[in-house]
Design a protein around this ligand. Structure first.
Ligand code: ACO
Length: 380
């Protein structure tokens, strides 16, 4: 038996498809969508526009964007059966398990769910992008024993989400800040959850199955769970004057600092710069919050000590404080990641489906090759 014995552990460096969506140059800290730098998307666009642009694989014209925006708004309501299910979920349920269950149930209720034509996949993508916000907000309210707030049609995607979780309309600045945070998380090349979504859909399975798989992949602490850990760290540090000692002690013990380091970005993560600049702007206007001051000290200490290893803040470093300031509990940071990434997942599945090939890698077999079946009584 001959087989190629080379193993690409973690599939690192393996390219299995082409994509026009996202380009990353980790050494130079470059991230573009459709060739446009992430900084420009964050400064000039909206979550709605980036989502549509990725689905279309080009910048939409004004009429297309207006229609897409209207479609998203019209699809914000979730079926009553799903609202009831959310109310019945255990209050201490893991929010990502709850989200995975809700999206799976949404598929059961969608008459079109088994349709995998491009038109159906697009229509389902719009519903999923719109309704994930309603589902997550409803889960957050129900888990806190609060009434579920119905979506409004006159607010942006980001503004409506903040309205549904807090029950009050956000300021334009809060809505825009959250919009930027969503933009920064929409897509990031062939990450584990996007790959998982594509693997599921490559079997010609349906969109809901693909998205449910992706949510499961995002749930893990090596992927979507790090931003929550940054908030845990800030709570442990407590005050800015303790930050340097806390970090130095962790590094002396060879412990990992959450929110710094990245497999791809070895210089800086451009998404973290956008958030840092925004956080600095807010700090200039409203004074530095305790969390912001702690983060400043942590960044300086980390960069001084291990910056030469390519360890700098990643996108999770600042996102947690932004979310906390907007009234989002840390247990919901990973669902918020899904709220943004759903657009990237849908766009990636649609792109791959156009020239689909079943994903079926192989492993190098290292077990016995000349064994024989033994009856139970002959085994020791
Ligand atoms: N804190 C302290 N030291 C670190 C950290 C960190 N967060 N990350 C890497 N290092 C050190 C390693 O110990 C290693 O040191 P050594 O050469 O002396 O052994 C060196 O830097 C190189 O690190 P690697 O482990 O090879 O880097 P890798 O690319 O495998 O790790 C990872 C990337 C997993 C993200 C890592 O940096 C980490 O665990 N960070 C904290 C968790 C985190 O913030 N994850 C979010 C990533 S962004 C996202 O998913 C949206």
């Amino acid at each position: 038996m001959t087989q190629n014995q080379e193993i690409a552990k973690g599939l690192e460096g393996v390219r299995f498809t082409e994509s026009k969506l996202t380009f990353i140059n980790g050494q130079e800290g470059i991230l573009t969508h459709l060739g446009i730098p992430i900084q420009e998307w964050a400064e000039q666009s909206t979550f709605e526009e980036l989502s549509l642009a990725l689905l279309l694989r080009r910048l939409p014209i004004a009429q297309e964007l207006a229609e897409f925006d209207a479609e998203l708004k019209a699809n914000r309501e979730i079926p009553e059966e799903l609202t009831q299910l959310i109310r019945q979920m255990p209050q201490d349920a893991n929010p990502m398990q709850a989200l995975r269950t809700a999206v799976s149930y949404l598929g059961l209720l969608d008459q079109q769910s088994e349709d995998i034509t491009p038109e159906a996949r697009r229509a389902i993508s719009v519903r999923l992008i719109a309704q994930l916000a309603t589902i997550i907000a409803a889960q957050m309210r129900a888990a806190n024993g609060k009434d579920i707030v119905a979506p409004r049609q006159d607010l942006s995607h980001a503004g409506n989400f903040l309205y549904m979780i807090n029950g009050t309309e956000p300021t334009p600045e809060q809505a825009r800040l959250f919009d930027i945070a969503l933009i920064l998380h929409v897509d990031h090349g062939m990450n584990a959850s996007t790959f998982t979504a594509i693997a599921t859909s490559s079997t010609l399975s349906d969109m809901y199955s693909a998205m449910t798989s992706a949510i499961g992949a995002l749930k893990g602490p090596l992927h979507g769970g790090a931003n929550e850990q940054v908030m845990v760290m800030l709570e442990e540090v407590g005050s800015p004057d303790k930050a340097a000692d806390y970090i130095n002690a962790k590094l002396d013990n060879k412990e990992k600092i959450m929110g710094v380091g990245h497999r791809v970005y070895k210089n800086f993560d451009p998404r973290s710069r956008v958030l840092r600049d925004y956080a600095a702007m807010v700090a200039d206007k409203e004074g530095k919050s305790t969390n912001y001051q702690i983060l400043e000290t942590i960044e300086k200490t980390v960069v001084d000590r291990i910056g030469d290893k390519g360890i700098y803040p990643n996108v999770d470093f600042y996102s947690g404080t932004v979310y906390t300031d907007l009234g989002i509990e840390k247990e919901y940071f990973t669902p918020i990641f899904a709220l943004a990434r759903i657009s990237g997942w849908c766009a990636s599945v649609m792109e791959y489906s156009e020239d689909n090939r079943l994903l079926r890698p192989s492993s190098v077999y290292t077990g016995d090759t000349d064994a024989h079946y033994l009856n139970l009584e002959d085994r020791s």
